[in-house]
Design a protein around this ligand. Structure first.
Ligand code: 9WN
Length: 417
């Protein structure tokens, strides 16, 4: 079977009818940014199914505008924390945090391919969600902050460590992790981190999931270049679609948010590091190292020549020290861990977004390098969740939806199949 046939089989296997699961067993529900990427994969088999994925996501928008990070369509005790722990009161149940808003980026691509979609409801949902970020996850004129590491999608990134360590976790109700029944503990977050992940869920519950209050008072509030860059690009996508539909008011709103957020994104520039990095909203502490989110600057519209030079110097340095780009964290940093989730491994969906930014900035060389390395990882390792940047070892869950989608939509364009 070719890798393309395998990717198609994985998408079909993980299709639950109108939504997909990231992988069987480890993640048995619908995840937010996974679904946006999955849609771009389904577009290669069945564009109507692709749009259905986005519609299901949008249909589960909260009244306040948030689109939750997990939608628990059916019961499954193979994952923790389940709906009883989140207790958010929605039907179907959903988690009380969000995830990177890739939705509108996927819409921009999909709507080009399918003429007959009813675009307005999907666009209205994205518009409300993007507006929600500006009030529930932003301080002053700053960047977007996350209130939980899971919200960033890059769960155990070293940049969250200090802020997470401050989260009180002594009174967390006892719980049993399920992830370790599926994946080697050396590839997953630690117990101390999980205790705090759950403490933050309990904190949100204690606020009855009032998202403005959560955004303003969570003991974990960290401004994130990754989330901010993706939202900026998503708002540009929405503005493009709105202009095409003749909805000038929506286009103006989306562009105004993106312009404001670009200024917020600029505040995450760190001269000492020569890259954008996180800022702890509570202490002002900056992230210490270069992460894959640093290379999302071009997706956010970074075009300053001096900054571009230093970001690219980091990129080229990492490319020399890694067999495969892009590691989720700088291998030269003490906190780098080749196998542990977001502390080192390569994730194809992040490569996809970084490459999009590079291509839009006119840097086809680096965009191609990301595509080539992604293709090579799948060709040799298969459709795993993440990969070692040093030797390409395939890690985490197997038969992964977004890795299959990334192959179909992004990596195989390298001609490697
Ligand atoms: C928590 C589904 C998700 C991804 C995230 C990834 C991982 C969940 C977990 O899996 O997170 O949301 O339980 O580890 O970090 O990016 O969306 O694939």
């Amino acid at each position: 079977m070719s890798r393309t046939d395998e990717a198609i089989a994985i998408l079909k296997e993980n299709d639950r009818g109108g939504f997909s699961v990231p992988t069987r067993g480890l993640y048995p529900f619908q995840w937010n940014w996974d679904s946006a990427f999955a849609a771009l994969g389904y577009a290669h088999l069945d564009p109507t199914r692709a749009v259905a994925e986005l519609k299901t996501l949008a249909a589960n928008q909260w009244p306040d505008g948030m689109i939750p990070h997990i939608i628990f369509h059916q019961p499954d005790d193979g994952y923790f924390p389940g709906p009883d722990v989140w207790a958010s009161g929605t039907m179907p149940p959903s988690s009380g945090i969000t995830q990177p808003p890739v939705l509108a980026i996927a819409m921009e691509r999909l709507f080009d391919q399918i003429a007959e979609v009813d675009r307005a409801p999907l666009m209205a949902a994205a518009d409300r969600w993007h507006a929600w970020f500006m009030t529930a996850r932003r301080e002053g004129e700053g960047a977007i902050h996350v209130v939980h590491p899971w919200e960033s999608g890059r769960d155990n990134l070293p940049d969250w460590d200090e802020a997470l360590a401050r989260v009180p976790a002594d009174n967390v109700r006892p719980f049993q992790r399920r992830d370790l029944g599926h994946v080697d503990a050396a590839m997953r977050p630690t117990k101390a981190q999980y205790d705090r992940y759950i403490a933050l869920v309990e904190f949100g519950c204690g606020l009855s999931w009032d998202q403005r209050a959560f955004g303003a008072t969570s003991p974990f509030r960290v401004a994130d270049p990754g989330m901010t860059a993706i939202l900026i690009r998503a708002d540009r996508a929405l503005a493009t679609l709105a202009t095409r539909m003749g909805d000038a008011a929506m286009a103006t709103r989306a562009n105004a948010r993106a312009d404001a957020l670009k200024i917020g994104f600029d505040t995450l520039w760190c001269d000492d590091l020569g890259a954008h990095t996180t800022r702890d909203c509570v202490t002002g502490e900056r992230g210490k190292g270069v992460s894959s989110a640093s290379f999302l600057a071009f997706l956010a519209g970074e075009r300053d020549p001096a900054r571009t030079t230093t970001i690219n110097a980091h990129f080229d340095r990492l490319a020399k020290s890694c067999r495969y780009m892009a590691p989720s964290y700088d291998p030269a940093a003490a906190m780098f861990d080749e196998k542990r989730y977001w502390r080192g491994p390569v994730w194809l969906v992040v490569n996809w977004l970084i490459a999009m930014g590079y291509a839009e900035a006119g840097d086809d060389t680096r965009a191609h390098m990301l595509r080539r390395d992604s293709a090579e990882l799948v060709r040799t390792g298969g459709f795993y969740e993440y990969f070692s940047p040093l030797d390409g070892a395939a890690l985490g869950g197997g038969a992964f939806t977004w890795t299959a989608a990334a192959w179909l939509d992004f990596a195989r364009n390298d001609g490697a199949d």
